[in-house]
Design a protein around this ligand. Structure first.
Ligand code: 2F8
Ligand code: CA
Length: 256
């Protein structure tokens, strides 16, 4: 072998070392460019956005916890629903942290929309409870503290953006019965004697009515055209009564 010629294996080693060196440089360049792309000054500060959203979510949580769940039986359900929504947000945040390449903008848009929905719900809840309305199964109820005729009671509810209560279930009837008061409810047969209708125009269902035995009777033909809760010691507590009588009343406002 000519000693002036370089050894072939030494040349190969040099080539391998050179290639590895080039690969390292390429890798470093790729890392730097990726980091620059991710953290360039144009990109939003995702950590800060997520911190803010998390803080707002926690504020909602604290606010929800201030509601007294012992006040109304279904208050619990509202809080459970809202808490579940909040936890869903939390779970989303957690997957967001661990996923490989999240679409940050989409996640933040979704979180923001869900947070805003929670805010709107809380605002409605705050508004009605501060005005003294009671919540039960997706409706707020206003319990009057003065007496009026059936027609004036209904007008009062309409002015509040509500109407006289429509009772659709035994549970709702029990909700109204718990107050042990004589209340006008949104039931009348003024249009056609003997055809009882709710204030939204629906016919009273025979399977969901709570007339006291013997009622409605238009007592001694005295033209009793308006429904009330009266015999509150029993489940079937409704009575028909003369509409001009002054009684307490209950308004109902359904919430979406
Ligand atoms: O005020 C009229 C009212 O009077 C009675 O109830 C206390 C009648 N009930 C019975 O007689 C059982 C109601 O039907 C009547 O509306
Ligand atoms: Ca009657």
């Amino acid at each position: 072998m000519d000693k002036n010629l370089p050894d072939a294996s030494a040349t190969n080693r040099k080539l391998v070392v050179l290639s590895l060196g080039l690969l390292c440089i390429l890798q470093a360049a790729l890392n730097i460019s990726l980091r620059l792309a991710l953290y360039s000054s144009d990109a939003p500060d995702y950590d800060a956005v997520i911190r803010n959203l998390t803080e707002e979510r926690d504020q909602l949580k604290r606010k929800l916890n201030t509601f007294d769940s012992s006040d109304a039986p279904d208050h619990d359900a509202v809080i459970r629903n809202l808490t579940e929504e909040r936890d869903q947000l939390k779970r989303k945040l957690n997957t967001f942290d661990s996923s490989d390449a999240p679409d940050y903008d989409a996640v933040i848009r979704t979180l923001t929309e869900e947070r805003d929905q929670l805010k709107r719900k809380l605002n409605i809840f705050d508004h009605y409870t501060q005005e003294g309305w009671r919540y039960f199964r997706s409706s707020f109820y206003f319990i009057s503290s003065v007496k009026k005729s059936w027609g004036d009671s209904r007008d009062n509810c309409l002015q509040k953006g509500a109407d006289l209560v429509i009772i659709n279930s035994k549970e709702e009837n029990e909700f109204t019965r718990q107050f042990r008061r004589l209340f006008w409810i949104g039931l009348t047969d003024t249009e056609t004697e003997g055809t009882w209708k709710w204030v939204d125009g629906t016919l009273l269902s025979t399977t969901t009515s709570y007339w006291h035995p013997g009622e409605p009777n238009s007592y001694f033909s005295t033209n009793e055209d308006c429904g009330e809760t009266k015999f509150n010691e029993v489940e079937d507590n409704w009575n028909d009564e003369k509409c001009h009588w002054q009684k307490f009343w209950i308004c109902e406002k359904m919430v979406a």
